[in-house]
Design a protein around this ligand. Structure first.
Ligand code: 3HC
Length: 702
């Protein structure tokens, strides 16, 4: 029991006439620790035993309803009472039990709600079973009760995606009895509990599974399984839910429990739990304790291209006032349309009422006039990645923007120190590197320049979080944390190409490793022209003697700029990528011109080389202080580069693989490639001291 748990009663039982009001009060998110479960179980027994109570309401104090089991306890042995027993007791109660849900009823919290006889939700509340994201499946009846309360294929989709279900959608599906204002929540829940006394109780376990379309269910199951890309929890969730179609509730529950327990001890779940806490740690930034962010209500965006319009749309959806500026009027039109589509998506998911979306869109100011940004509290420039262009623009913005405004540059590589100094307001400047498409990609690299004021950084962090991003704070270097490491990975994969592999073999190997896409498919998606322009710009500064693969340059010279051009590393037919003999011939020609005798490169070799290149450069990024901690690199790679989340990120995985083995691989790469692949001093040090990246804090000497 923690000190806080010893001090406060975690669950209170109060009488309100014939109603027992059971309030869980375990900040910050009312997680179901062992102590909370024990207290809840005994309160529920008291409700049953006390003849003065005719019905009960379960509610929560603080900011949210129960957000699930206590994730920190998953590393400990199991202890009774299990949540599944509590849920069974709630459902079996002869006295009506209603939940009053505000905030997020997630995981075990949602399972309590599903076991109850009635559910009243506050406006803005969400229900969700996100266990798959932790490498688990719901373990207290969620996979069995939800398909009995809503259509089985919808239950399957919610559980295998871990998606939140907004209150309005829950009501449409019949999952919520009522959606009311926060002020009315308790009274409505009490009224429902009393009313249920005479209505007969609906117990999910006694209802048949709702499956009107077995074919549709099978199709959703197949889709979920394909999305899993090696993640066991998704396949297990499909199995548990599919089992409900033909098995009894009790048998289904037994199978759910078995699968839950297997997953609880699995490496994948441990890796995903690491990532959960890593995402939260990424927000802890040295030097910001007690620093108040500046107030932001109006965001200005310069540039209405793909990035600018996507950022503007995301800001609108987060309910900021938005002004977007572009000299090209037709780009502004396209930008407005893109913002409309982003809001439409929010509406379709139930996160934003249609009338509110329309009202937000009507507030969007799209103009050619840069002085419209004089009222913005936060300005993000998202123009073409060109140093001089951005420097000139920031200098103009520095004059136009009000003194308290933060000026953010959305750059993926450029020197933010230089840009900040040149604009004359270095304290107000930060980098904010969004990933395409910015309205959906979770990662935002927040670049802290040499002179960035702490409150400018705090403001950037707050804004990124409000946009639903996971911000990772990084220092300035070419490519920052993500693109710098990714560049070494890409280089190594090009060397593998020259040695004997083909793009489709490399992509297949990395996709088999669990990456959303292999490096060549990613390059085609991003467009080869941008990287080409950058290579040409940097050609003069490339180290003499650096191993350089010119295949991508030749593809560009042939006009093959990737997916948008219908050809790149692949040919594209009907939107599908296909290996292209043209590329094969080009690659073979390059190997021959280097005197390389092409040889088969196995999947395992490709994966090992990729891993060594990533980890070696990551160790350099850490040692140079570009990233604050190893787990920030894990978070960035998972949320910005499609690294398989169930591997926990590259550095978490590296500790599992063994750093001595990785160092050997890194040394092999150095011997083969030379410049740029020198083994990282930090990697050598960790191996010498028998430590892993998890021991990084021990190396932080004062
Ligand atoms: N267990 C333990 N700690 C938790 C927790 C949980 N389930 N959920 C959140 N926390 C902690 C966070 O680590 C954080 O701690 P910190 O301040 O020390 O960093 C603190 O609570 C606040 O969390 P956030 O910073 O994430 O706060 P937000 O307001 O941004 O988000 C939230 C709140 C939406 C509830 C988010 O925390 C969340 O998604 N939590 C996880 C929910 C989840 O996955 N539940 C399922 C658990 S598994 C389960 O229930 C199994 C069951 O089927 C048997």
């Amino acid at each position: 029991m923690t000190a806080a748990e010893e001090r406060e009663p975690l669950v209170r039982l109060e009488r309100d006439g014939a109603i027992a009001l059971v309030t869980i009060d375990h900040p910050p998110v009312n997680a179901l620790s062992h102590a909370v479960r024990s207290a809840l179980a005994s309160m529920l027994q008291e409700v049953q035993a006390n003849g003065g109570f005719a019905a009960a309401v379960i509610a929560c104090a603080g900011r949210t309803f129960v957000a699930g089991a206590d994730i920190r306890e998953f590393d400990q042995p199991l202890r009774t009472p299990h949540l599944s027993e509590i849920c069974d007791a709630i459902e079996a109660s002869a006295k009506p039990i209603v939940v009053a849900v505000h905030g997020t009823a997630l995981g075990g919290g949602c399972e309590i709600a599903l076991a109850a006889h009635g559910r009243v939700l506050a406006e803005g509340a969400v229900l969700g079973l996100p266990e798959v994201k932790l490498g688990l499946i719901p373990g207290a009846g969620g996979t069995q009760r939800l398909p009995r309360l809503i259509e089985a294929h919808l239950a399957l989709d919610l559980i295998t995606s871990g998606r939140h279900l907004p209150a309005v959608r829950a009501r449409e599906l019949g999952l919520a009895d009522d959606v009311v204002s926060a002020a009315d929540l308790l009274n409505k829940a009490k009224a429902l509990a009393l009313a249920l006394r005479s209505r007969g109780l609906r117990r999910a376990s006694a209802s048949p599974v709702t499956v009107s379309d077995r074919g549709g269910f099978a199709a959703s199951a197949a889709k979920a399984a394909a999305r899993a890309r090696g993640q066991m929890s998704i396949a297990a969730a499909v199995e548990a839910i599919a089992g409900t179609l033909d098995a009894s509730f009790e048998d289904g529950l037994r199978r759910e429990r078995e699968l839950f327990l297997q997953l609880r001890g699995s490496d994948q779940s441990k890796a995903l739990r690491h990532l959960f806490f890593a995402e939260r740690d990424a927000g802890r930034v040295e030097g910001l304790r007690g620093v108040a962010p500046r107030a932001v209500s109006t965001v200005g965006v310069v540039g209405a291209g793909t990035m600018g319009a996507g950022i503007a749309g995301a800001c609108l959806a987060a309910k900021f006032q938005v002004r977007i500026v572009d000299l090209d009027t037709s780009a502004l039109g396209r930008g407005r349309e893109r913002a409309r589509r982003i809001l439409e998506r929010e509406t379709a998911s139930g996160r934003l009422p249609p009338e509110e979306a329309a009202a937000l869109l009507s507030t969007l100011v799209a103009t050619n006039d840069m002085t419209a940004l004089s009222k913005a509290d936060f300005v993000i420039e998202a123009v073409f990645e060109d140093y001089d262009l951005k420097a000139g623009l920031l200098a103009r913005l520095a004059k136009i923007a009000k003194p308290s405004a933060v000026l953010a540059t959305n750059t993926s590589y450029l020197d933010v120190n230089g840009l900040a100094a040149a604009c004359g307001r270095p304290r107000d400047v930060i980098g904010l590197h969004f990933f395409a498409p910015p309205e959906t990609m979770k990662l935002a690299e927040l670049v802290r320049a040499r002179d960035s004021a702490p409150d400018a950084v705090a403001t950037g962090l707050q804004l990124a979080r409000r946009l639903g991003k996971i911000p990772v704070v990084v220092e300035v270097c070419d490519g920052f944390l993500g693109n710098r490491i990714f560049a070494m990975y890409r280089r190594e994969m090009e060397y593998a190409l020259e040695d004997g592999a083909l793009p489709e073999e490399i992509d297949a190997a990395m996709e088999a490793h669990g990456f959303a896409m292999g490096p060549f498919a990613v390059a085609d998606l991003s467009g080869l022209d941008i990287a080409w322009a950058r290579r040409k710009r940097l050609a003069a500064t490339r180290a003499p003697g650096e191993r350089y693969v010119g295949v991508a340059d030749e593809l560009c010279e042939a006009g093959r700029f990737g997916r948008k051009a219908g050809a790149g590393w692949y040919a594209y037919r009907n939107g599908q990528r296909e290996p292209d003999p043209f590329v094969t011939a080009l690659v073979e020609k390059h190997s021959a011109s280097r005197g390389i005798v092409r040889r088969p490169v196995s999947m395992e070799e490709i994966q090992r080389r990729a891993r060594a290149a990533i980890v070696n450069e990551a160790a350099k990024v850490l040692a140079e202080g570009i990233a604050a901690r190893p787990s920030d690199i894990d978070v960035a790679f998972v949320h910005g580069y499609g690294y398989p989340s169930w591997r926990g990120g590259p550095l978490y995985e590296a500790d599992r693989v063994g750093l001595d083995r990785l160092l050997e691989d890194a040394e092999r790469l150095h011997a083969a490639n030379g410049i740029g692949f020198e083994p990282a001093g930090l990697l050598v040090e960790l191996v010498d001291e028998g430590l892993g990246f998890a021991d990084w804090p021990k190396l932080q000497r004062p």
